[in-house]
Design a protein around this ligand. Structure first.
Ligand SMILES: *[C@@H]1O[C@H](CO)[C@@H](O)[C@H](O)[C@H]1NC(C)=O
Length: 489
């Protein structure tokens, strides 16, 4: 007779468990797969439903679609997902299309019905947790969205009055005050700028962010448009919400980005992404420029290992739009996963999709049939597997918090040493031979290139001579791979 009571007790116990409340150091060991919810997977599992990114319309991706495709993500070794903003948006078609991306919020207390029900969202979070994966939700705190010139404040929940907003002015992007107080958007979709300095507004945001964490089980937030809100407001918000938050400051200058880390867990590493993309997709790109940016991020930022390490996202042209050389893309994949920071791979990057500027970089992934061959899936899988194994094996100093050292190897190659991992990468391009000598190994040590599963040996002076053929090499000591399953060891 006590069984039902016991079960009730158990379910209460689990329901009342604090959600994982994942902090910065928990996230540092993760590898994130970034999803645009509308474009990743549909509830019906369709592989043919048409989707033309140019039209900027909803294509039917949902939270339950993601839940059904978690195998695809987890099999590549990702341990977290980042999904589009979840809240209700402006509805209907505008001159700039529909709000399929989630960056046109209108009601904080309702979910975007295009993405599913509250239960669908909870099911997705629970499915992630059951696999030991985290879920990060994108959130827009800076603005609400309004269709047309005349702002209908009464449509906004809960900021349903003009007094919750800054007065209207166009942003002068060369003036930080203007960036923080003026409005984004245009005459078709206006983005009224929320007055985040109002204590009542901040209080509402803190309560919302905390309650969404406990209600849905969210493990972290991705903060949109961080540069459009004053820094002290961010401190106030991040101090009172107990999960890791990673912010977007879209700038390639470490001087601009680094100061923001005093106010939140981490940011997207835009400086590194911009430079890596430039020097690895442009023939003759100067690798010294990348070494310099990486160094500046290490010395100017509080902790670059808490930054998001990414090469593509929903706002920038895909790498495949700059080059169709798979060797170049694989070199970038290596940097994407195994140097300083929390790796973030934008959905479709593993398929080498080639969409250029927004909205073309938001292709429906189902049209690739989630293929796992003849693309970058095997590469990302091998890279994540190595990183996850090193994190789990704890066989040496914590890999994720050890800073990388970058060295040039002539004009077209470089090495990145992080803990016991040595990346040897080149921007020569597919099939072009580049002889390099990598120094600093133990005498005669046996090394495995985990991408090609090839064994190599350093010479008696700890040097490794190797000819790159445009492809990257990822070296790890063979002795530390015993029992790992990596390269059948
Ligand atoms: C910067 O923008 C603010 C807000 O619009 C404005 O008051 C100020 O005059 C601007 N400063 C300069 C130097 O243009």
């Amino acid at each position: 007779m006590y069984t039902p009571v016991f079960i009730l007790f158990l379910s209460l116990f689990y329901a009342l468990q604090p959600c994982s409340a994942a902090g910065a150091s928990d996230w540092r060991s993760r590898s994130i797969y970034q999803i645009m919810t509308d474009r990743f997977a549909r509830s019906d599992g369709s592989l043919i439903a048409p989707c033309d990114p140019k039209e900027r319309r909803y294509c039917g991706g949902t939270w339950s679609g993601i839940t059904k495709r978690l195998d695809y993500i987890q099999n590549m070794g990702f341990t977290a997902i980042w999904i589009s903003p979840i809240v209700q948006q402006i509805s209907g078609e505008t001159y700039e299309g529909e709000a399929y991306h989630g960056y046109w919020p209108q009601n904080l207390y309702a979910l975007n019905p295009h993405f599913g029900s509250e239960q669908d969202l909870k099911d997705l979070v629970n499915a992630c947790h059951a696999r030991g994966m985290y879920l990060m939700v994108d959130v827009v705190i800076n603005h609400f969205a309004n269709q047309g010139e005349i702002v209908k404040y009464e449509n906004f929940v809960p900021f349903s009055n003009e007094r919750f907003f800054h007065s209207r002015c166009p942003i002068d992007w060369g003036n930080q005050t203007s960036i923080e107080y003026c409005w984004m958007g245009d005459g078709f979709v206006t983005l009224p700028d929320i007055n985040t300095e109002d204590p009542q507004v901040i209080d509402t945001w803190k309560k919302y962010l905390n309650s969404a964490v406990s209600q849905y089980g969210i493990d972290g937030y991705r903060l949109d448009a961080v540069r459009n809100i004053p820094k002290p407001v961010w401190s106030d918000i991040t101090r009172s919400v107990g999960v890791y938050m990673q912010g977007e400051v879209w700038d390639k200058n470490p001087n601009i980005i680094c100061p923001y880390q005093e106010h939140m867990g981490g940011l997207h590493n835009y400086p590194f992404k911009e430079m890596a993309t430039t020097v690895f997709t442009t023939p003759g790109g100067n690798l010294a420029d990348l070494v310099e940016v990486a160094h500046q991020m290490q010395i100017q930022c509080k902790d670059v290992t808490l930054f998001g390490l990414f090469m593509e996202n929903h706002d920038n042209p895909r790498l495949g739009s700059f080059t169709n050389d798979m060797a170049r893309l694989r070199n970038l994949a290596v940097l994407n996963i195994l140097t300083d920071g929390i790796p973030i791979v934008y959905f479709g990057q593993e398929q080498a999709l080639a969409g250029s500027l927004d909205p073309l970089n938001r292709e429906a992934l189902w049209l690739t049939r989630y293929s796992t061959t003849n693309n970058l899936v095997p590469t990302f899988t091998a890279l994540n597997n190595l990183r996850n194994y090193i994190i789990k094996s704890k066989s040496n100093a914590p890999f994720v918090s050890t800073l990388a050292t970058y060295s040039l190897l002539g004009n077209n190659a470089m090495s990145v040493r992080k803990g016991n991992v040595v990346l040897v990468i080149t921007n020569s391009g597919q099939g072009v031979n580049t002889d390099v000598v990598v120094e600093g190994f133990g005498a005669g040590v046996e090394l495995v290139d985990v991408l090609a599963c090839r064994v190599m040996h350093a010479d008696g002076s700890g040097r490794l001579k190797v000819t790159l053929v445009g492809e990257p090499i990822v070296l790890y000591p063979a002795s530390l791979l015993t029992g790992s399953g990596i390269c059948s060891m």
